[in-house]
Write a protein that binds this ligand. Structure first.
Ligand code: 0A1
Ligand code: ZN
Length: 846
């Protein structure tokens, strides 16, 4: 049982553990309802730690036996752990506990998924396996023996002995308990190998359920590419004889970087052209890289405490985005990352869940695996690199690995490395880790005698105490004919208000500000539509070219909603030029064609003091899409035909960009032909990108009935494809049908609500259908709350994460606010609500 009365934990209360552990020996005797875990741990007093009682975490454990130096003891037990008197010096502590993995539906600790044993120990799951100081600053080597009839038995590190009914593993690298993993079951492997830069052979394996072997090749290719890249770019070599990846169907998150034994949500590793979209392939490549990169940024150097989570996550997200940029198009990757940041992190930072990149308190750490810690954490690293420059960044990282290998570190350690290697004072920069909220950056211009001056002002709405932050503002200048007259220069803003001058110019330039989205801020700039169109046509910075288009699209939709105007002709003309420009990357053109989502528009209107009306936003975006289709009817078909790929399927940037553009064009064409082209594409499709893209168009057109049935018939046996089937019908349907469809799907025989992927397929998609979720009568809210109440009893972590879809509730009109608030209060009032959901709901209502 988790703590019934939640306690708040504070960063400032950190105290080191009183003992060190050199080695841990664990034996697992596996049985679904009564697994025995035997542990033998050598504790040595930690010289610098303050005096303290001996306490080990432990939850939901049945203690069978405990002993100190061989003598049995009777410790004091509480729902949180175990306390006992211990000798003054070193001692060996032994316990035997019993746990029930088959009854573990929370998917934390040791649990079962389709008959297979697996573990999830980050953040605090190890305490559900055995009594232990379950905190990241206690690092030890682990020797593990697994006893059971399962044919495959895996743990961290290198394989030791194995024989009839047992397997042993030894991990020579000291690690915190959150990186422990065990997997056992009837698994098959897809093998590979890698020779490291110092010539060491590493055996690679992707372990899957029988039947999934044909979906491992891409994961293996991505793993090898990641290993190679980390050697080349960061000089980081792998450090064990084997690297194992396991695919698991029931998993709360995407994947987990356990040392030498990464465990993946099967949706984030299994791929084949027939069953996975281009987007799935790209995501799998990135997640494999992310988990692999953790081997150095997270595992060899870990976090002192959970407040430092961004130390490993921000840096690892930054590293995986660099990797994707190198494997694919850096411009397209950057635009995608900014879309994601604005869709997930901005609402978090601007609403009731706002918290600093390094939070200062929490009740349930699992609630802080957030877009702020991950994605804003990565943005902070990007800014640091921009400020110090590429070479200094590389030097600082070398120093970080040298100085801190084998340690559990803090953000202070991280910044000290940069201060020491560059001589820069980072005191002010550190505010990025402690100040919540999204800074707004406004700008005014002045032109006099060949000197162009930009004056910036920064403030963070809703954060009265915010001090000015260091903002790297990348700026380039374009001349009146569209030529670049001043290349990108990074202005370092440190004051609340600050001016920067560019002199020696022959004519008043057009500035391109915040190129590459050089800082995670909201840029407020009153620019004319014609200047934006100019940037859309001429900017040499791909991001700002896209941004100019996005601004124009937002302005167009805003005017349609608030003033009832017709779609903006001039903008559509300029956009057409770009979309039809064959010299540009098709993936970039596809991004230009994508309209801001209705949720993004709601955020935009709210920021401009307008209460968003979801129905009006849906109507405006539909009518804008119809107008685009009608206006471009003469060439949509031809351009789509030009996007056809006449080669065997390849998930790389080249082909996937063409398919992305073709897909965006098909969506428009469907508005003209009622779905004929989409139906033809669906019928002929030999890969999932084309098949699902076509099905999405048919759902949107309301002519999907036969195709949906055929799709289900074809893919009934494939869990991951059926997740797409569940998701698409809710996400793409007309808003008035969304809640009804979601509700009907919960009665489908394949709706396994305890499986997080399936639950999210239905309810994550309902939340994504903006006007559907926000149906005026509150049906969407009510349905979701009903299911959250139900899921919380089984899986608090996934329930708590889903609660965040309510984080924007204060943006909407009074009636909708009241409906959402009532649902949150209904959740809050549920007897026995988990600590995870209690914290989320309290913050949302607070
Ligand atoms: N560290 C993993 C993500 C992760 C976090 C928590 C989990 O369970 C609560 C599971 C996975 C990563 O960043 O990939
Ligand atoms: Zn991570």
């Amino acid at each position: 049982m988790k703590d019934a009365s939640p306690q708040t934990i504070y960063l400032e209360d950190y105290t080191p553990f009183g003992w060190r552990i050199a080695e841990v020996h664990l034996t697992f005797r596996l049985a679904p309802h009564a697994t025995r875990v035997l542990s033998r741990i050598r504790f040595d007093p930690a010289p610098d730690a303050p005096e303290q009682d001996f306490f080990l975490h432990g939850e939901d454990l049945t203690l069978i036996r405990a002993a100190i130096d061989g003598a049995e003891i009777t410790p004091a037990l509480s729902p949180q752990g175990l306390r006992c008197a211990v000798p003054d010096g070193s001692f060996t502590f032994e316990t035997e506990v019993e746990i029930a993995p088959a009854a573990n539906t929370a998917l934390e600790g040791l649990y079962m998924s389709n008959g297979m044993y697996c573990t999830q120990c980050e953040a605090e799951g190890f305490r559900k396996i055995t009594y232990y100081p379950d905190r990241p600053d206690v690092m030890a080597t682990f020797t593990v023996r697994i006893e059971g009839t399962e044919p495959v038995k895996l743990s961290n590190g290198n394989p030791g002995g194995s024989g009839n009914g047992y397997a042993e593993w030894h991990d020579p690298w000291p690690k915190p308990a959150y990186l422990f993993a065990l997997v056992a079951g009837d698994l098959v492997n897809h093998p590979g190998s890698f020779t490291t830069m110092s010539g060491k052979e590493v055996a690679l394996n992707i372990w899957v359920r029988p039947g999934d072997e044909n979906k491992c090749a891409w994961g293996m290719e991505s793993l090898i590419a990641s290993m190679r890249w980390d050697e080349k770019v960061y000089g980081r070599e792998y450090d064990l004889d084997v690297f194992n990846i396991v695919a698991v169907d029931d998993f709360n998150m995407g994947a987990m970087e356990n040392k030498g034994l990464n465990v993946f949500n099967s949706s984030c590793v299994l791929a084949s052209p027939e069953t996975s979209t281009d987007a799935n392939f790209e995501r799998i490549e990135a997640i494999i890289a992310h988990e692999y990169f953790h081997n150095w940024t997270g595992n060899r150097i870990t976090c002192r405490d959970w407040f430092q989570l961004c130390l490993k996550e921000g840096l690892t997200v930054y590293r995986d985005s660099q990797f994707t940029s190198d494997m694919r198009s850096p411009e397209v990757k950057r635009i995608g990352d900014v879309i994601d940041l604005r869709a997930r992190q901005f609402p978090e930072d601007q609403g009731p869940l706002s918290h600093p990149v390094r939070p200062e308190s929490f009740q349930e750490i699992n609630n802080f695996y957030t877009a702020t810690v991950y994605e804003k954490g990565a943005e902070v690293i990007g800014m640091l690199k921009r400020l110090v420059g590429d070479d200094a960044y590389a030097k600082a990282l070398d120093l970080y690995f040298d100085r801190h290998d084998g340690q559990a570190c803090t953000i202070e350690d991280w910044l000290a490395v940069f201060q020491d290697s560059t001589g820069r004072d980072l005191t002010q920069f550190k505010r990025w880790y402690s100040q919540p909220g999204t800074p707004h950056l406004s700008v005014t211009e002045d032109w006099q005698d060949g000197t162009f001056t930009l004056t910036f002002a920064q403030h963070t709405p809703g954060q009265q105490d915010a001090q000015p932050q260091v903002l790297p503002i990348a700026v380039g200048l374009l001349g009146p004919n569209g030529d670049e007259v001043a290349p990108t220069r990074v202005l370092e803003m440190t004051e609340t208000r600050q001016s920067f001058a560019f002199d020696g110019l022959g004519a008043r330039p057009v500035p391109s500000i915040l190129r590459g989205f050089s800082a995670p801020v909201v840029l407020e700039r009153a620019t004319s539509a014609s200047e934006k169109s100019f940037l859309l046509a001429h900017d040499t910075d791909a991001f700002n070219r896209w941004e100019a288009n996005r601004d124009l699209a937002r302005a167009c939709l805003e005017a349609m909603v608030t003033e009832g105007t017709e779609p903006d002709d001039a903008w559509l003309g300029a956009l057409e030029q770009v979309v039809r420009d064959d010299t540009l990357d098709p993936a970039f053109r596809a991004l230009m064609l994508a309209l801001p989502t209705q949720a993004e528009m709601a955020q935009h209107l709210h920021a401009n003091g307008v209460t968003p009306d979801p129905d009006a936003l849906y109507a405006a975006s539909e009518s804008l899409r119809n107008a685009m289709a009608a206006r471009w009817s003469g060439w949509l078909g031809d351009l789509r035909a030009a996007c056809t790929v006449d080669a065997p399927y390849d998930p790389g940037a080249g082909q996937s960009g063409k398919r992305a553009l073709g897909g965006a064009l098909l969506a428009l064409l469907t508005r003209l032909d009622g779905g004929a082209a989409a139906q033809a594409q669906f019928d002929a499709a030999d890969n999932m990108t084309l098949q699902l893209g076509a099905l999405g168009c048919l759902v949107q057109a309301g002519t999907e009935h036969a195709a949906l049935a055929r799709f289900a018939e074809q893919w009934r046996g494939d869990r991951l494809v059926m997740d797409k089937w569940f998701a698409l019908q809710v996400a793409a349907t007309a808003p008035e049908n969304a809640a009804t469809r979601a509700e009907a799907l919960t009665r489908h025989p394949d709706f396994d609500w305890k499986n997080p992927n399936r639950f999210r397929a239905v309810f994550g998609s309902l939340a994504m259908n903006h006007a559907g979720f926000h149906a005026r009568d509150g049906r969407g809210y009510r349905l979701l709350a009903d299911w959250l109440i139900r899921l919380d009893e089984k899986n608090p972590q996934t329930t708590a994460r889903m609660c965040s879809v309510f984080q924007t509730w204060r943006r909407y009109d009074n009636a909708r606010q009241a409906l959402m608030k009532a649902e949150l209060e209904r959740l809050a009032a549920k007897p026995g609500l988990s600590r995870d959901v209690t914290e989320m709901v309290t913050r949302l209502l607070g």
